[in-house]
Write a protein that binds this ligand. Structure first.
Ligand SMILES: Nc1ncnc2c1ncn2[C@@H]1O[C@H](COP(=O)(O)OP(=O)(O)OP(=O)(O)O)[C@@H](O)[C@H]1O
Length: 768
């Protein structure tokens, strides 16, 4: 139906025109005010010398604040100028006769003369009805309490460049054509905001209580990354008075990923949220950049090494990585730290001239109990203060007593003897002795505290860690008897090779940060108190725990997908262990997302058939949104040259249809090999994405699976010329991740024998 035939078309066009006009006027007025405020600041600055300067200062401050607010509103309004809102709901509170017409957009716009805003922000309490409510009885919760009423209309608009293109009224039976249209669009190089099409299950994640840890298990393409960003925008809006954007931090797997998501927050009107990787954040905290060992991420070793004879070594490599990420390892460190504390305790009393001011036992008590809330080395700062105070008191007392003792004796002599040369000879040395003693006490007191404190052993963080890790007996002592001796050998041998060469691996970051936190403390007060972790399935329990301890917060949102846990040798196995072992003090919320929005039914069916091979009853299969595409093509070749030729032809065919195409290989080596061939023929421009890359442009790229995780592409061509995908856990997950990157098209190009994993896959799912 043409939009013009909609019964409310005229009214909606009028409303849109009115809103656009109002926005324009507001923008113009803001510009005018802005120059007025600037003028005021200028005046105040000029008058700063000879007027009452505090008045001018206040004037500068006030006007600067106004400009800030005006600027913020200005930017938000500019952003929505061409698309002021995307939906309307008509809500009639029970106690009222008339329904309010509420237009929902990305930012709110108040009209001074009326109570209902011209546009209501999508994050406001009433907008919840749009995402959750069905026509009929509904309610929402706002500051004043629960408001019940009736939802009479739910309407979506397509507005392009300020023109009303479509009106869609939603009733219970309508499928979300809006969502369909949004999903059919081609992938830009970046993620987009989805405020207009957020689905109810996603809305619940976005609005879930921020004060409790939230764990989201979401299938591939369920919108985890997207809603993580919307959740931050929601909280910054809802708790504007309590939280600043700097209180939030997003941890993403790599810089490439950060770049990929970086435009969404500003689009949602949020700036200044810290976006970092775990490694970068820890290095920033510790204040030191470490050299990473080659192959620090063991995934490649595991992929490559599968066919080597050193199976045993690989098992211990996995064991060591898992152990370093476990809570057992945290307990090992706690035991080690307990001994470090003991060694730290002074062996001597705190004395002045043979007098005990504070006994060593009392000092031990202070260090181990009273100041126990502080990192070990910081406890000496507190101790120092106590020593100083006590010394001051004691010194005065000692001086007085010493002086009095001598003076008594002198007085005694004076009483006993007549004034004579003999008496003088007796008194003079006493006076001298007294003065020397008093001086000596004063002198000693000056350096006493510093000298005492200096004796505390202080070591470097890296040294402390290394000393532990390279000694089998220490690992066994602190780790308990249950550790396998071959595992301990492997761990320590590996530490000797790395740490003695001042290198570390990924698994060392959490322990280093933990020791730093317990022994040294951090220089600056950390602003971050709410953490969002994407691809959280790749984290270990100990990584989560360390972050929680260091940041002293429970405000965590963890989003991930266990099916995509390709790093599971070093990371969590399931979410229950996170809830039980990391967030044990507080109840955590757990939400599962099963709807997948990224890919077509055909692609998802095939990917699901692959992940089912894991035979893990915990795995929840993704349900694709109703969107069809072509069946994936499976192209098996007997010769590499022919395969690569076929791949090249395919790329030629589709390159103009899509903005982004990815050739996904199992390893970087495989990608390089394919690129070499494509370059030789010079028909296509391609680029390899590796971990150093910070961004990628649309076009054809070659990327190893582990780096493609989290990203998406219009078309995906999984290519295998040498590497073999076996029917085993790691390969199943790798192939699943690769397949679920596709938005519209998925094809497989593989050399005969490289895909035993496809055995028993129902042939109806693909075209040969
Ligand atoms: N409600 C929605 N409306 C429109 N598009 C959506 C919606 N939810 C998700 N999408 C789209 O689905 C795709 C997948 O989203 P996203 O990358 O956030 O998922 P994910 O769960 O992080 O995926 P993965 O775990 O596979 O990396 C994106 O293109 C996103 O824009």
């Amino acid at each position: 139906m043409s939009v013009k035939k909609h019964p409310d078309y005229r009214k909606e066009v009028e409303r849109l025109d009115y809103t656009k006009d109002y926005i324009k006027k507001t923008l113009d007025a803001t510009e005018e005010y802005r120059s007025l405020y600037k003028e005021n600041i200028k005046d105040a600055m000029e008058n700063l010398d000879y007027l009452d300067s505090s008045q001018s200062y206040i004037s500068v401050l006030i006007n600067t604040k106004f400009i800030e607010i005006a600027d913020r509103n200005f930017d938000n309004l500019k952003r929505i100028q061409d698309k002021p809102y995307f939906a309307r709901i008509d809500f009639k509170p029970h106690e009222r006769e008339m329904a309010d017409k509420i237009y929902i957009g990305k930012t709110s716009l108040m009209r001074s003369e009326e109570e209902v805003p011209l546009i209501v922000d999508w994050r406001s309490p009433i907008a919840n009805i749009y995402y959750e409510g069905r026509l009929g009885e509904t309610s929402y919760v706002a500051e004043g309490g629960k408001q019940e009423g009736e939802l009479l209309l739910k309407r979506q608009f397509t507005i392009e460049e300020g023109e009303l293109k479509n009106i869609m009224d939603i009733d219970i039976t309508t499928t979300d054509t809006f969502l369909q249209a949004s999903l059919e669009a081609n992938a830009e190089e970046r993620l987009k905001d989805i405020a207009s099409t957020i689905q109810a299950e996603q809305n619940r994640v976005i609005r879930a209580d921020m004060h409790l840890p939230l764990i989201v298990q979401g299938v591939a393409g369920s919108g985890k990354t997207t809603i993580a960003l919307h959740r931050i925008a929601y909280f910054i809006y809802t708790y504007e008075k309590t939280f600043d954007p700097e209180n939030f931090m997003i941890i993403a797997p790599n810089k490439l990923f950060i770049n990929y998501i970086s435009d969404v927050l500003p689009e949602l009107g949020v700036e200044d949220v810290k976006q970092t990787t775990f490694i970068d954040f820890i290095e920033e905290l510790i204040g030191n950049k470490y050299k990473m060992a080659d192959g620090s991420d063991k995934l490649m070793t595991l992929i490559d090494g599968k066919n080597t004879s050193e199976k045993d070594q690989l098992e211990w490599l996995k064991w060591a990585a898992a152990f370093k990420g476990s809570m057992d390892f945290k307990r090992l460190l706690d035991n080690y730290i307990r001994d470090l504390e003991k060694d730290y305790l002074p062996k001597d009393d705190f004395t002045l001239h043979g007098h005990i001011i504070i006994s060593k036992e009392a000092i031990h008590r202070m260090l181990l109990q009273e100041f126990n809330y502080l990192p070990l080395y910081k406890r000496t700062d507190e101790l120092k203060k106590t020593l100083r105070n006590q010394l001051k008191e004691f010194k005065e007392k000692l001086l007085k007593e010493t002086e009095a003792a001598y003076d008594d004796e002198i007085e005694n002599i004076r009483c006993r003897m007549e004034a004579s040369e003999e008496r003088r000879q007796k008194i003079l040395p006493l006076i001298e002795e007294r003065d020397t003693k008093l001086e000596a006490i004063k002198k000693d007191a000056k350096t006493l505290v510093n000298n005492y404190i200096k004796r505390f052993p202080k070591k470097d963080l890296f040294e402390l860690y290394k000393e532990l890790m390279i000694q089998e007996d220490l690992i066994e002592k602190y780790g308990g008897i249950s550790l396998p001796s071959q595992g301990v050998d492997y761990l320590c041998q590996q530490a000797k090779v790395l740490l003695e060469n001042k290198k570390i691996e990924l698994e060392d970051y959490a322990p280093l940060a933990y020791i730093k936190h317990r022994i040294f403390g951090f220089k600056e007060k950390l602003k971050v108190n709410s953490v969002v972790i994407d691809e959280a399935q790749d984290f270990s329990l100990f990584q989560f725990y360390t972050l929680k301890e260091i940041l002293k917060t429970n405000m965590f949102t963890l989003l991930g997908d266990i099916s995509q846990g390709i790093h599971s040798y070093r990371s969590i196995q399931n979410w229950e262990e996170v809830r039980d072992e990391v967030f044990y003090e507080r109840k955590s919320n757990y939400i599962t997302l099963v709807q997948s929005y990224r890919t077509t039914i055909e692609v998802m069916n095939l990917a699901n058939a692959i992940i089912l091979k894991l035979a893990n009853p915990r795995i929840v299969l993704a349900k694709p949104v109703i969107r069809h595409g072509d069946k994936p093509e499976m192209r098996e070749f007997s010769e590499k040259e022919v395969l690569l030729e076929g791949l090249q032809e395919k790329l030629q065919q589709i390159k103009d249809n899509y903005k982004s195409i990815a050739i996904i290989g199992k390893t970087k080596k495989e990608c390089k090999e394919i690129k070499k061939y494509l370059d030789k023929h010079k028909k296509l421009h391609t680029k390899i994405l590796d971990e150093k890359e910070e961004s990628y442009d649309a076009g054809i790229i070659l990327v190893p699976v582990h780096l493609a995780k989290g990203l998406e592409f219009d078309a995906v061509l999984i290519t295998s010329i040498e590497e073999i995908y076996q029917e085993e856990e790691l390969d199943i997950k790798l192939l699943y991740v690769a397949m679920t990157r596709a938005l519209h098209e998925l094809d497989l190009f593989f050399l005969k024998g490289t895909m035993p994993i496809l055995n028993n896959i129902n042939e109806e799912m693909y075209i040969r």
